[in-house]
Design a binder for this molecule. Structure first.
Ligand SMILES: NC(=O)c1ccc[n+]([C@@H]2O[C@H](COP(=O)([O-])OP(=O)(O)OC[C@H]3O[C@@H](n4cnc5c(N)ncnc54)[C@H](OP(=O)(O)O)[C@@H]3O)[C@@H](O)[C@H]2O)c1
Length: 253
């Protein structure tokens, strides 16, 4: 058994691979030897990450995809399989959020968050799982958040969607284990990306937020990658249905 993070010869889809945590995961996978399909809506941002991967000698397919459109999701799975012949790993990383109290949140806002963060994950995982079943195995890794465990004011729809994703991870793990598909999740704490920019771009808000974190700082996107690499690797051969939190101790109390 290979107990390293080596992904040589593997093929991985990373949704939201065009920036932030998804970009870091795509670069980490490419460095570990995987061919990577990165998906997002901005062709320009995808191409920039694809060029970074190519410059380092990696193999990459940037695939413009809107995960709220079911046909686009099917097309992503089909193009990935046609280009590389198989799909070994799927990282459901793309998500959306906005700050809104439960009293002010509109129905279409709730739907946008759940369609991207939960429904799209189910649809893409189902499309990919059908291929993985033919291949007799694969890994699916969902990116959740500490908010799945801890309510944050103004984040009700997002936190609820990620708690649903945590359970969807367990449901997929339960149903697809007999086919050799392992499904786990990684839950980051606050991480420096465009997603969290309103917090870290304001020194007063960042100071207030980090003062409540045991490790006293927010994460860099690259710090989330090793947990994802582990779950994608042979080292996680007997693990399914779990969430690993990478949160600087945010959930300790
Ligand atoms: N940053 C944090 O503090 C933090 C903390 C905990 C968990 N997380 C989780 O980590 C993951 C990545 O977050 P991040 O901080 O890296 O966010 P980010 O920098 O905002 O990146 C989000 C990515 O998702 C893509 N995306 C969003 N909607 C999409 C759609 N409809 N179709 C296709 N792609 C879409 C974006 O590309 P386009 O906009 O071009 O489509 C982008 O590549 C998310 O699951 C998030 O919930 C983040």
């Amino acid at each position: 058994m290979n107990m390293t993070f080596d992904l040589a010869g593997k093929v991985a889809i990373v949704t939201g691979g065009s920036r932030g945590i998804g970009r870091a995961i795509a670069l980490g996978f490419a460095e570990a030897g995987a061919s990577v399909i990165i998906a997002g809506r901005s062709a320009e941002q995808l191409e920039a990450v694809a060029e970074e991967i190519r410059q380092k000698g990696g193999s990459v397919l940037p695939r413009v995809t809107d995960l709220t459109i079911p046909d686009d999701i099917e097309g992503l799975a089909r193009d990935a399989a046609e280009t590389f012949g198989r799909i070994d790993i799927l990282v459901n990383n793309a998500a959306r959020s906005f700050l809104r109290s439960l009293l002010d949140l509109r129905e279409d806002g709730w739907d946008k968050i759940f369609n991207t963060n939960v429904k799209a994950v189910w649809l893409l995982s189902r499309a990919v799982a059908r291929l993985m079943i033919e291949q007799q195995g694969g890994r699916i890794i969902n990116i959740t958040t500490v908010g799945a465990e801890k309510a944050e004011p103004g984040m009700a729809a997002y936190d609820s969607s990620k708690a649903a994703l945590k359970m969807l991870t367990r449901c997929m793990a339960r149903e697809w284990a007999p086919f050799g598909i392992q499904v786990n999740a990684v839950g980051p704490g606050l991480t420096r990306t465009s997603f969290s920019e309103p917090i870290w771009s304001n020194p007063d808000i960042e100071k207030h937020v980090t003062s409540m974190l045991p490790m006293g700082r927010i994460a860099e996107p690259e710090e989330i990658v090793p947990a994802v690499l582990f779950l994608a690797s042979d080292g996680a051969s007997y693990m399914t249905g779990h969430t690993i939190y990478v949160d600087g101790g945010a959930l300790t109390g």
